[in-house]
Each structure stands twice: as C-alpha cells, then as structure tokens.
Design a protein around this ligand. Structure first.
Ligand SMILES: NC(=O)c1ccc[n+]([C@@H]2O[C@H](COP(=O)([O-])OP(=O)(O)OC[C@H]3O[C@@H](n4cnc5c(N)ncnc54)[C@H](OP(=O)(O)O)[C@@H]3O)[C@@H](O)[C@H]2O)c1
Length: 272
C-alpha cells in the first residue's frame, strides 16, 4: 500500500516548538507516530520537523498558528482537512505570575483563550472525527495547580481547573464512543514557562520535560489523571484526602511566594 498523508493516522501536538510539547514530539517520533506540529514559531517547527524526520524517519506536517485567536484555530482545522487525526495532544499553554492586580487583563484573557478555549475548540472538532473514524486518544496537559485556587498565579491555576473539569466531563461522554481522554497534571518542569522561577529556597527540583512526556504517554489511554513525580502525587492526594482545600491554596501560595520572590520584589507596590 502506498502511504499518502490521507491514509496515515496522525498525532497532533500543540505547543510543539519547545518545552513539554517538544518532549512529546520526540517521544512520539520514537514510537513512529506521524506528527502534526503546531505552535507560532514556524522556523523552529520546521527545524524540529527536519530533525525528527532524519532521526526517526516519521512523516511530519508543520502548522504555524496562534491558538489564542479564532483565526489560528481555523487555520489548524483547514490545514488538517482530510487527515485522520487519531491522537490529539492539547499541550500549548502560557501563564502570567505575580499579584493579580499588577497583571494585565489583556494577557490574562489571552491565557484563557490559549489554555481553555483552544483545547475546547480543537477537542470539539477532532473528537467528532475520531468518533466517526472509530476512536482515538486525547491528552490534556493541565497542571497540579489546577486542583485548587493558587495565589500569585490565580488566572493560570483557574485555566487549569477549567481544563481538568472540562476534560473529565468530555471523557465521560466520549468513552462509550471509542475516544479515550487522559489528563496530565505535571508540577514544576524545567521549561521556558518556569524560567522566571527560582527554586533555591525550596526543596523542589523541577521535573525534566522528557520525563513528563514519557511518563504521561506510557499511561495514555490507561489512566484518566496522570501525575508525574512523587511530590506532585503527594500534593494531589493530600489536597484531595488529607487537608481542607483552603489549606492547600495557602500552601501553594507559600511555594509561589518563594519561587517568585525575585519577580515579586520588582513589582510595583499593590495598595491594600
Ligand atoms: N513548565 C511547567 O512547570 C509546567 C507545569 C505544569 C503544567 N505545564 C503545562 O505544560 C504545557 C506546556 O508548557 P511548557 O512548560 O512546555 O511551556 P513552554 O516551554 O513555554 O512551551 C509552550 C509551548 O506553547 C506554544 N505556544 C505558546 N503560546 C502559543 C500560542 N498563542 N499559540 C500556539 N502555541 C503557543 C509555544 O510555542 P510558540 O512560542 O512557538 O508559539 C511552545 O511550544 C502548558 O499547558 C503548561 O501550562 C507546565
């Protein structure tokens, strides 16, 4: 049989140009997935595409799109027309940290668009196709901070709470239709997103993006909520079973006030 883009099973990864998304791409390429790489930085995506093509011999397609905009979502939908996307990795995300009153509402709205609207819209589009094609897998990259409110990253944690609740809901609806939904909830990971944080005053050691990607993919389709890392698992279970939610919020607030200490010291004073 001759392979054409139309008769391959594709895996689409958002936020494929760096961090955890790039780690997913490499791990999936090792497993011989044909990959659709989505992010804004086209030249970086082309470079990654060439590299994995050479190293693993897999098919790739690059789509440069800003997923925080309706135009970007439309572009992904148009450019995947006719392709069988059987796995969707909703990974792209961004955050803004600091005192809520000092953060720009424009930035926070664009985080809501990227972290919440984009995975909802892509899931709506691709899960319908998966159902018609007999099934598929969807992975949402949420965060350990999404299980409670968290001071100093309140909007970001809120977007991840949305992702978790939304994913749990659709998981239940899509299961009987052959579409498997999993949620990855990593903690601090050594990527660009966590680059403004400093862990010297904490016992925390950020996870490697490659570990997060492999750990999650090994459990994709087998577990609903996947939490890489022992400390993150402990935080999840203690928040769920051992201590009231508001104590967890306070504890996370303490951690963020330490890891963001330098940034917070440079912020303008927030009047009480
Ligand atoms: N790092 C952590 O500590 C941590 C912890 C828990 C959860 N997470 C979650 O893990 C996921 C990946 O984060 P990361 O740590 O790998 O972050 P990262 O290193 O900053 O990578 C973010 C990725 O998203 C893409 N992206 C950003 N804005 C975009 C937009 N408007 N449209 C399309 N793509 C966009 C970026 O590519 P371009 O700039 O080329 O667009 C990049 O590929 C996120 O959902 C994040 O919330 C991260």
């Amino acid at each position: 049989m001759t392979y054409t883009p139309q008769n391959l099973n594709w895996t689409l990864v958002t936020g494929a140009s760096g961090g955890i998304g790039l780690a997913y791409v490499k791990e999936l390429a090792k497993k011989q997935h044909s990959l659709i790489l989505v992010a804004r930085n086209e030249s970086k995506l082309n470079e990654i595409s060439e590299d994995i093509n050479k190293e693993f011999g897999v098919q790739t397609k690059v789509i440069s799109a800003d997923l925080s905009t309706p135009k970007g979502i439309e572009k992904v939908i148009e450019e995947t027309n006719g392709l069988n996307v059987s796995t969707l990795i909703n990974n792209a995300g961004k955050e803004e940290s600091g005192h809520f009153l000092n953060l720009s509402t424009k930035d926070m709205l664009s985080s809501i668009a990227l972290n919440c609207s984009a995975p909802m819209l892509l899931t709506h589009h691709f899960s319908e196709k998966m159902v018609n094609n007999g099934g598929g897998h969807i992975l949402f990259v949420a965060s350990i901070v999404g299980f409670q409110g968290v001071p100093l990253i309140a909007n970001y944690a809120g977007t991840k709470s949305y992702v978790i609740a939304f994913a749990e809901g659709v998981a239940s609806e899509l299961k009987s239709k052959g579409v498997n939904v999993s949620i990855a909830a990593p903690g601090f990971t050594d990527t660009n997103l966590a680059s403004e944080m400093n862990f010297d005053e904490t016992p925390i050691k950020p996870l490697k993006a490659s570990f997060v990607a492999k750990y999650t993919l090994d459990r994709l389709g087998k577990k609903r909520i996947i939490i890489p890392g022992f400390i993150n698992k402990f935080l999840f279970f203690s928040g769920k079973y051992l201590q009231p939610r508001k104590i967890n919020t306070l504890a996370f607030g303490q951690v963020f006030s330490k890891v963001l200490k330098k940034k917070l010291s440079q912020e303008k004073t927030v009047e009480a």
